[in-house]
Write a protein that binds this ligand. Structure first.
Ligand code: BDP
Length: 328
């Protein structure tokens, strides 16, 4: 061994001993993924989460949020969090469904009666089963965000499932969504969120579906004319953390991170309530025609085959579906 190597090994040994016995935990740099930009309620909520983590852990965890999906598209970012290359993110449970079967409960169209109903399911036994399965898959949910309901938008009003017939509709990556569109006679087109505006603009797709804040924030309203309140999916979002990294923290740090996420989620829900109303007003002011759908019955019946096929292929999911349906 040459002298330089010997010297550096000695130094390394001394340094390790020092940090082991000094009692000071090394500060961890954590990165958070967020797909949204300024002007979307989740962006300040994630900033608040980072502030709270940095304050309450007294800098032992230094969390930096990367907005606008700069760390990658959502399915990729989810994989990154699962392996711990990114520590934490604000994710929709939609693209988590293909990775964690139990999380797919929320991607069954019309499974929830309303957003409050969704939160009641999440806060009960159903939510616990989903959380445990997500944590086992490396995506531990710390808190839930409101993401309202998703409805269709395109160049024409949609009032019945028949109006979807023949339309090419962008969906998030999840087989349940492609089946949902096919069951209405449409052509599903799974695509990354960042590509949707251009696809709508150039006619690569005829329509898409989302909530008002996302419809507005990334300019989909600039390239469509009608927003039809089908409200076919009510999908919660999480602040999800890499399970191993979270479990490796001291109980005190775990409590601080969890508490920060819960506070950030309460803030997000307040922002959501105000800003989703405002987003609707803004797109209407910009010329979007919003149509109510008084009878959603035909959309719901069109989903019978989706449920039947899904439960046939995943009989163990019946328990969660029953829990959601039995929740008042
Ligand atoms: C938004 C969600 C975001 C999804 C996006 C989409 O907040 O996580 O990536 O929809 O449609 O509402 O891809």
């Amino acid at each position: 061994m040459n002298t330089i190597k010997k010297l550096s090994l000695t130094l390394l040994g001394a340094f390790t001993a020092l940090s082991l016995f000094s009692g000071v935990a090394a500060a961890a740099d954590w990165r958070a993924w967020n797909i949204h930009h300024d002007g979307h309620p989740n962006t300040p909520a994630m900033d608040r989460f980072a502030e709270l983590v940095n304050e309450s852990t007294k800098g032992e965890i230094k969390l930096e949020v990367f907005h606008g999906g700069v760390l990658g598209n959502q399915p990729d970012a989810l994989e990154q969090v699962r392996i711990g290359a990114i520590e934490v993110g604000n994710f929709s449970l939609g693209p988590i469904g293909p990775m964690v079967k139990e999380a797919n409960l929320v991607s069954l169209p019309f499974i929830f009666k309303s957003v409050p109903h969704m939160f009641r399911v999440l806060d009960g036994e159903g939510g616990q089963i989903m959380s445990d399965a997500m944590a086992d898959a490396g995506l531990l949910p710390l808190a839930w965000f409101d993401a309202g309901a998703r409805s269709f938008y395109s160049q024409k009003a949609i009032a019945t499932p028949d109006d979807v017939k023949g339309l090419k509709i962008r969906v998030m990556n999840n087989d349940l969504y492609t089946k949902m569109i096919s069951a209405m006679g449409g052509n599903p087109s799974p695509m990354a969120f960042s590509e949707v505006q251009q696809a709508l603009k150039t006619g690569v797709v005829d329509g898409a579906e989302n909530n008002f804040p996302s419809f507005k924030n990334v300019g989909h309203y600039e390239v469509t004319t009608h927003y039809s309140l089908s409200e076919h999916l009510i999908i919660p979002e999480c602040i999800c953390v890499n399970t191993k990294k979270f479990n490796a923290l001291s109980p005190e740090l775990q409590a601080a991170v969890r508490d920060s996420a819960e506070k950030a989620a309460l803030y997000q829900r307040e922002l959501w309530a105000v800003q989703s109303e405002q987003a609707r007003k803004d797109v209407e002011a910009a010329g979007i025609k919003v149509n109510e759908i008084a009878d959603k019955g035909p959309f719901q019946s069109a989903m019978d085959t989706v449920y039947a096929d899904y439960l046939k292929a995943n009989p163990d999911m019946k328990k969660l579906v029953d829990i959601a349906r039995a929740t008042q």
